[in-house]
Design a protein around this ligand. Sequence first.
Ligand code: 13P
Length: 251
Amino acid sequence: MSRRKFICGNWKMHKTASEAVQLVRELRQKLDGTGAQVAVAPPFTALAAVKQALQGSAIQLFGQNCHHEKQGAFTGEVSAPMLKDVGCDGVILGHSERRQYFGETDDQVAKKVRAVLAEALHPIVCVGETLQEREAGRTWEVVSRQVRGALGGLDAAALQRITLAYEPVWAIGTGRTATTAQAQEVHAQIRGLLRELGGAQVAQAVRIQYGGSVKPDNAADLLSQPDVDGALVGGASLKSSDFAAIVTAAR
Ligand code: 13P
């Protein structure tokens, strides 16, 4: 059993198209294509330029969100077929910033997961509790509700095509990383739930990334945990040397 580590950079609302191309050029120089699966998720406006800059590279291209409908009167939204058309390999879904600032619900995330799978794209489904929820002892209640909400009802074949990202909200952009034990505990619980939802093979195969202040100096420790299969990296993915160091730590 070995799950290939998967490191994705979530650039959030950073980088113009030309800045994004520059960052990708640097990454291509620093990464040799061996070891972990690597993806970058630039803002929509940079996807086409980054796709071109990635030609011939093993680095994958991800969107940061999409609408669940294929097309329609949804001003400001982008669909899964559009992301596929521009050359995306996958899409980040249900990020806590989407849930917090844009009111995304478990139900909407579930619809998006299905829309992304229907385009044969790879969803990264984000889950995680707030500080208040952790302090109230409700971490697993919240995380399990989010996992069930997004993935409930999918068959084993669909579940195997998904990556999960455990991102405790209190660790995002705060410099406050979950301890390796805190991360491993929730990751193991999620894997147990995957077993319940899809069986042993699904639980064995599905990768669970950790996200929340992953940096070059804590990545190796986090990634050494048995159920931590990669990282979803925010701030540190905007600097090529930091992101490359995290990818190297995944070896
Ligand atoms: P930071 O790495 O900046 O804490 O962000 C984590 C994150 O939200 C990745 O999706």
